[in-house]
Structures are given as C-alpha cells and as structure tokens.
Ligand binder design. Sequence first.
Ligand code: GDD
Ligand code: MG
Length: 194
Amino acid sequence: MGVEKVKNIESTLLSDNYYILNKVTFDYMMKSGVWVNQMREVYDRGDGAGILLYNREKKTVILTKQFRMPTYLNDNKDGMLVEIAAGMLDKDNPEACIIRETGEETGYCLKKVKKIYEAYSSPGVMTEKMHFFIGEYTDAMKVGEGGGLDSEAEDIEVLEMPFEKAIDMLNNGEIVDTRTIVLLQYAIIHKLLD
Ligand SMILES: Nc1nc2c(ncn2[C@@H]2O[C@H](COP(=O)(O)OP(=O)(O)O[C@H]3O[C@H](CO)[C@@H](O)[C@H](O)[C@@H]3O)[C@@H](O)[C@H]2O)c(=O)[nH]1
Ligand SMILES: [Mg+2]
C-alpha cells in the first residue's frame, strides 16, 4: 500500500429528496506532498446495470427509447433517448437486476447473460458503477410487451432493429447515450453479429 492520500472525510447531506446528494469535504495530498482541502458534491443513486440484447441469426439488436428529462434540459430536442435496456440495482445483484429489467422494459425473458465490463458512469459527480452485460435473445423468449412499470410511470418503446441500423445511428449521432455507445462498440470489436 502506498501513502494514504486522503483524510478527514466529512459528508453533509444536501438532499435526500429521492436519491442522496452529499457535500463531501476532505484533505487530499497533491503529488508535491502538499495537503489541500477540497469539496465535492457527490450524488449517490446506487449502482446500475445495462445490456445489449442481440440475435446472431437475425442480426438484430433490441434497444429502448424513452424520455430523459436531464437530456431535454441539455440540448436533446424532444428529450427522447435511444438506449440499451438498463436499470438500477435496487437490492439485486447485477445479473438478477439486468434479467429483471430486461423483462420489464423489453418483454424478453432471458436465462443467460454475460457480464463484460464494470465501469463508473460519471466519476466526477456520481458514485454509480455500471455493470455492462450482453445477452442473446430469440423470438421465443418474448413473453410480454415490455414498456416498463406502470407503477413508476415508465413509458418505454421497444426497438428491435438490424445491427447495421444501430451502427448507422451510432455513426450519425442519433445514439447519444454513452452506455449504449460502449456496448455497440463492444459488439463491433468482438464481431458479435458477424
Ligand atoms: N419520482 C421520481 N422518480 C424517479 C426519480 N429518478 C428516477 N426515477 C424513476 O426511477 C425509475 C428507475 O428506473 P430504472 O429502469 O431502474 O433506472 P433507469 O432510470 O433506467 O436508470 C438506468 O440508466 C441510468 C442512466 O441513464 C443509469 O444511471 C442507471 O444506473 C440505470 O442503468 C424510473 O421509473 C425513473 O423514472 C426521481 O427523482 N423521482
Ligand atoms: Mg431503465
């Protein structure tokens, strides 16, 4: 273990209205060895999981489309975002979470998924770690309509499309969600649908 670079961490709650926003102050030792006092606002919504659903035979993928208010407030005209199926872990483990969310959001009941990455979503601001999965689907796995939970007023459109079309949307700027970009690029790099 190297020399400890952080000490005197103190958190003050700014909001627990829905998730948790803390003001965190701490002393941090710079490369020069000098200690500085710093403050960061840190948003804690727990961790999340997302999945690229793909069908090797049909050469298709399933994505979702939904309204995302934060993007509407920042340059996304109608606020609609094309994304992988994804959700927050709540108290599930990542694998159970993504299987549940896939069912709720897309209507497909997966038995097997493969974890490929674990990565921080927005490390300067959020504690959230995202668990990335891929999963093969077939038409026989469709057991419901998807669309999200009415109880949470989710209004999710399910988009099944040729992989080629998803790549076009990636390249022409129609797909602007980082997690979705990561998984589509993974599929290209690893030739998942060749
Ligand atoms: N009332 C209320 N509801 C909220 C609030 N924030 C989120 N919700 C609701 O909480 C539910 C969360 O749905 P999930 O499917 O579990 O999560 P998600 O919003 O799809 O999040 C996924 O994508 C995020 C990135 O866009 C990820 O940050 C997250 O980890 C996850 O992968 C949604 O119905 C959403 O509308 C809030 O402040 N107030
Ligand atoms: Mg979701």
